[in-house]
Design a protein around this ligand. Structure first.
Ligand SMILES: [Ca+2]
Ligand SMILES: [Ca+2]
Length: 247
């Protein structure tokens, strides 16, 4: 069967002619109302659909996706403390080459500036520095300091593990340059750490002379050769002439 628009239109027109005039007016009114309601709705639907597409394309006005990743903290461009090295070298009296006990040794240091630089630690809260020995018996360490310390002159105090405090005056702190303190040896003798060398320290040596057990060596072996003998006693006697930690 072939669809013929003209014949179909005639059939519809013929069917409508059979409807009473009053009913035809109501039917026409209903069709008109349906068109008036449906047309704006269709236009609005097309507009909103298009708007959603544009929003999706541009990302505008759409809900912001929630990220589970926290923003990275900002990084300060200023140098952090410890960014610059002070290369420290020193020697202990009685140690002229790598000793039998070549373990790291701690020294306690503090420094006050001659020219307005910031103080480095204090007498009661010193900076503890781990020193490593080389084959020449020289101990060295690199200390990390903020840039504010460099270019200033200091009075530097260094106290060894069994030693009187050594004082180095007018020391210039320079970044990444060697601070050679080997011109003045650290004197051994303050075995009990009371800031002076006296008969009590000498007694600690005398009680252990010719001993080499670990506990005795830890207390009285001042040249780090892992035994307590007359050399340690002589080194401490030499320091007795100084007696107190100098300021
Ligand atoms: Ca002492
Ligand atoms: Ca010794």
């Amino acid at each position: 069967m072939v669809f013929k628009p003209a014949q179909s239109f005639k059939n519809v027109k013929k069917s409508l002619s059979k409807i009473p005039p009053n009913y035809r007016r109501w039917l026409s009114f209903g069709v008109l109302v349906a068109i008036l309601v449906a047309l704006p709705l269709s236009i609005w639907g097309l507009m909103t659909s298009d708007f959603d597409i544009r929003r999706a394309a541009t990302g505008e006005l759409l809900p912001t996706p929630v990220s589970s990743i926290s923003p990275s903290p900002s990084v300060s461009p200023s140098p952090s403390p410890g960014a610059y090295g002070l290369d420290l070298k020193l020697k202990f009296a009685g140690v002229t080459s790598r000793p039998n006990d070549d373990s790291d040794k701690r020294v306690q240091i503090y420094a006050t500036s001659h020219d307005g630089g910031p103080d480095l630690a204090s007498e009661n809260q010193r900076l503890s520095v781990v020193m490593k020995v080389n084959d020449n018996g020289v101990y060295h360490a690199e200390i990390g300091l903020p840039a504010a310390y460099f270019g200033h002159r200091y009075r530097l105090r260094v106290k060894g593990p069994k030693h009187l405090q050594a004082v180095f005056s007018d020391v210039l702190f320079q970044s990444d340059q060697e601070l050679d303190l080997t011109v003045q040896l650290l004197r051994p003798g303050d075995l009990n750490g009371d800031k002076k060398v006296d008969g009590n320290d000498l007694q600690l040596i005398n009680e252990r002379i010719f001993f080499s057990q670990t506990g005795d060596v830890e207390i009285a072996d001042v040249n780090f050769d892992q035994k307590v003998d007359i050399i340690d006693r002589t080194l401490v006697l030499n320091t007795l002439s100084v007696y107190y930690d100098p300021d």
